[in-house]
Design a protein around this ligand. Structure first.
Ligand code: 5RP
Length: 280
């Protein structure tokens, strides 16, 4: 994909969104010319959707949920920029992880919690998988519990992804994270693995960092909430994601899971043909 074709296909507002950083007016033409043969990196795609989500959906005076992950990072960055330059004011935000909280604090974004603000105007977050009905798998970054708690309270939940996250059916494209209590966790792991709605999956206890599923350490991964994560690996799509969500959630010892059904307002997708928005 050529840089120029993505720019041409991207919406005007997104191009404008980049003006203060990547495409300063005086250098924009030069940047496009010099990058004609350069494919946009995944990070550049993430930045485009992250910035667009804030530009299009956040207005002054709002309570905003801030997601977690490498895509949500750019939405938080953009919110910080627009608060700093005065484009946005009177915003308070609720972060969905310690990492996001730290990033927001560094950017001077005023933070509150659900304890004082139970209703959000908008929440913005990435996802690991998005199916045709805009149901999601989330929690690759280990923040699924706080993400769900915050995002379910938002009037609008805006999901930002590059097109690699789109799938025909949830499951095989990305292991489904399930947050469980540490107490007798192997018992809970086996119980979840044997639920009828997830038959055939392989449950793997997350090790190392809780913020990825690479099992990059010898210690059990611990979430921001002091819990463990089990990643369910599938070879076939879930036949009924809503049923799986219900069964997993009803399992004693499970805190929550990464199936986000019926929550999405819109998905902003960056891909080879530019940026598109899919609404529920
Ligand atoms: C964290 C999440 C993330 O939103 C999800 O993993 C996507 O992350 P990234 O944008 O880095 O691909 O659910 O718990």
């Amino acid at each position: 994909m050529k840089f120029s074709s993505l720019i041409a296909a991207a919406t005007l507002s997104t191009a404008a969104a980049f003006a203060p950083t990547a495409f300063k007016p005086s250098t924009r033409a030069f940047s496009i010319e010099t990058n004609l043969n350069m494919a946009l990196s995944q990070d550049e795609l993430k930045k485009m959707v992250g910035y667009k989500s804030v530009d299009d959906y956040v207005k002054s005076g709002m309570v905003v949920g801030l997601g977690t992950g490498s895509t949500a990072y750019f939405a938080v960055e953009r919110l910080g920029q627009l608060l700093k330059d005065g484009t946005l004011e009177d915003i308070v935000a609720i972060p969905t992880s310690v990492r996001t909280k730290e990033q927001a604090e560094e950017l001077g974004i005023p933070l509150v919690t659900l304890d004082t603000h139970s209703k959000l105007d908008v929440a913005i977050d990435g996802a690991d998988e998005v199916d045709p009905d805009l149901n999601l798998v989330k929690g690759g970054g280990g923040a699924l519990l706080r993400e769900k708690m915050v995002e379910v309270c938002a009037d609008k939940f805006i999901v930002i992804v590059d097109e690699s996250k789109l799938c025909d059916g949830l499951g095989p494209g990305f292991p489904l994270p399930v947050e469980i209590t540490p107490f007798c966790h192997m018992h809970t792991l086996r119980t979840v693995e044997n639920l009828p709605s997830v038959a055939g999956c392989k449950a793997v206890l997350r090790m190392g960092s809780s913020s990825n599923n690479q099992n990059d350490g010898d210690e059990v991964a611990v979430t921001d909430n002091g819990n463990y994560i089990v990643d369910l690996h599938f070879t076939e799509p879930l036949k009924d994601a809503a049923l799986a969500a219900t069964e997993i959630k009803a399992t004693v010892g499970v805190v929550d899971h990464g199936i986000f059904c019926g929550m999405t307002t819109a998905v902003i997708i960056a891909g080879a043909d530019g940026i598109s928005v899919k609404e529920a």
